[in-house]
Write a protein that binds this ligand. Structure first.
Ligand code: NOJ
Length: 571
């Protein structure tokens, strides 16, 4: 048993006036509970097998019932879909699979009527090669759009190697015969990188953002933006580039000039949330992005925590230390995002919990309790409110994701072990997190009346909204209870976070405290029972939420059952 009585007692007695929200003024985007919708997979309204905007409109009551306050939509613009919308061919139009601008306008009105805000995904590190800018740029060396992208004339020889995340060859320069030059693509060759050094390109981007802000959207998520600035002399980079690309690609000179310009021209003019994907190389980079007086962005999200889960498991002490470090760093300055899953990750419960029949429900509830009780804006990925799990495809043909498919080709080209790679994908492939939403146990989970664009997890027969809606003890209803609790408990948003047992290998225990309100969160991240030495909680201390119907504590100890999650209110 671990002794935490002393720490706990100290926490209850400590004067917390000076340790609460000082430096953290209140903002709607700090209080927001964001729900991420992968539009292709949420709800199909016209039977083409692809989720769409009308489908989202039809589910607004469901969204409202979740208690979330904002949705973030993955890209919905016109796109050839080389990377499911992260290759935009027209930033001012809606992809025909999803609907049209009129439907978008109606979605926005209806969301606002329901008290839900809308965050758009802005993909401007790169565009599609089918964007008019690139078509022009490619057509001749003296085309006015040539400098919208990065070109390297072949007569200068081969450019210095740049790593591509998605290209099967691993090379980010692609030779184009038309003008005898190479163009740069950090992602797939159909995603050429935009040249942010060009003020005309920057103005185009700000105008696009204004177009959406004028429509009334409530925020922007900036995709891969930490890579936007580049040293356009393209010097040779050290040999560890491919394995350490963030070190060389992220937050290069110029990035803050661009962000300040974006702030002056767009972000400062509207009451919008702004979040960068990627928080740079270190805390200093992250502060430079999000500290309020710098007038750049509201928050960023870092990958430190989502990178921890591995097929053989993960070390909870490490996970705690990551969350604690980020909290400490941004305690009084700047703001962070809290998440463990999104469209670039496999499913929450399959990576951080236990998706066996025995523990799936408990461990998902425990993880949702965690995500919704930390300081920072929480992001919930669609389906995680139900405990949707990895589908674990057996063959490469079942995958849709360019990163899985090109990764497979890469392994094949290098004579690697393809079977082993398929096993890796079963744990980590992004498609695990993109299978259609499981609404019912009916055919195709009532996601579509047609043929779904990606296979639906057969476990929709028992993991689905309809079943969980009826069951007051379901994961879904626990999620709803957690959003209500967060909204009614200011300490869960702004309160000081303190991790009480940083070295405990199975329990994550912390307090969230304000002068008037203190809470104690106790989470068992394991399938074993955990006994903690603990001072008796006063009778008046209330259990705010408990993912089981039992609670076992004596005068000086508390026992957490497998994956138990409890939040106490402390006097
Ligand atoms: C990050 C996005 O989250 C991911 O889905 C996408 O493939 C890359 N950026 C490229 O846009």
């Amino acid at each position: 048993m671990l002794a935490i009585a002393a720490m706990f007692a100290a926490c209850k007695e400590e004067k917390i006036d000076d340790q609460m929200t000082s430096g953290q003024n209140k903002k709607w985007w700090k209080e927001a509970i964001v729900y991420q919708i992968y539009p292709r997979s949420f709800k199909d309204s016209n039977g083409d097998g692809i989720g769409d905007l009308r489908g989202i409109i039809d589910q607004i009551d469901y969204l409202k019932g979740l208690g979330i306050t904002a949705i973030w939509l993955n890209p919905i613009y016109s796109s050839p879909n080389a990377d499911n919308g992260y290759d935009v061919s027209d930033y001012r139009n809606i992809h025909q699979d999803f609907g049209d601008l009129q439907t978008f306008d109606s979605l926005l009105v209806k969301l606002h009527e329901a008290g839900i805000k809308l965050i758009m995904d802005i993909v401007v590190n790169h565009s599609s090669d089918e964007h008019e800018w690139f078509k022009q740029s490619r057509s001749s060396r003296d085309n006015p759009y040539r400098d919208y992208y990065h070109w390297w004339p072949a007569e200068k020889g081969k450019p210095a190697h740049r790593y591509s995340l998605f290209d099967a060859s691993g090379e980010a320069w692609k030779y184009d015969t038309l003008t005898n030059a190479y163009y740069l693509h950090y992602f797939a060759d159909k995603q050429p990188d935009l040249n942010w050094e060009n003020p005309k390109l920057r103005q185009e981007v700000y105008d696009i953002m204004k177009f959406w802000a004028e429509k009334g959207v409530d925020g922007f998520r900036l995709d891969a933006f930490q890579f936007a600035a580049k040293d356009t002399t393209f010097p040779e980079l050290p040999g560890d580039l491919d394995t350490n690309f963030i070190k060389y690609y992220a937050m290069q000179e110029g990035i803050h000039t661009y962000l300040k310009e974006m702030y002056d021209q767009v972000l400062s003019k509207y009451d919008v949330l702004s979040v960068a994907e990627g928080a740079g190389r270190n805390f200093e980079d992250a502060h430079l992005l999000v500290d309020e007086e710098r007038n750049e962005l509201n928050m960023a999200y870092a990958f430190d925590a989502v990178d921890i889960a591995k097929p053989h498991g993960y070390d909870l002490v490490h996970l705690k230390s990551v969350f604690s470090k980020w909290d400490k760093e941004f305690e009084s300055k700047g703001w962070i995002s809290i998440f463990l899953s999104n469209h670039d990750q496999a499913r929450l419960v399959s990576r951080y919990g236990n998706d066996s029949e025995e523990y799936r429900a408990l461990s998902t509830k425990m993880l949702n309790t965690f995500l919704l009780s930390m300081r920072g804006t929480p992001y919930t990925y669609y389906g995680d409110e139900l405990g949707m799990t990895n589908i674990r495809f057996n063959t490469i043909e079942e995958y849709n994701d360019i990163s899985a498919i090109n990764g497979y080709k890469k392994v094949m080209n290098n004579g690697g072990d393809l079977q082993k790679y398929l096993e890796v994908l079963k744990f980590g492939s992004r498609d695990n997190g993109r299978t259609p939403m499981q609404w019912t146990s009916n055919q195709n989970a009532d996601f579509t009346t047609g043929t779904p664009w990606l296979k639906i997890n057969p476990n929709h027969s028992y993991i689905n909204v309809a079943e969980q809606d009826k069951d007051s003890t379901s994961i879904l209803n626990h999620f709803r209870a957690m959003t209500q609790l967060r909204k009614s408990t200011e300490a869960l948003v702004y309160g000081k976070y303190e991790c009480l047992l940083p070295e405990h290998p199975k329990a994550f225990v912390y307090t969230r405290s304000m002068p008037e309100q203190s809470t104690l969160v106790m989470l068992n991240f394991s399938k074993e029972q955990v006994n903690l030495s603990f001072p008796a909680l006063k009778r008046a201390d209330k259990v705010l939420i408990n993912n089981t119907n039992g609670l076992s504590y004596k005068r000086d100890s508390i026992t957490l059952t497998p994956y138990q999650a409890i939040i106490f209110s402390l006097k």
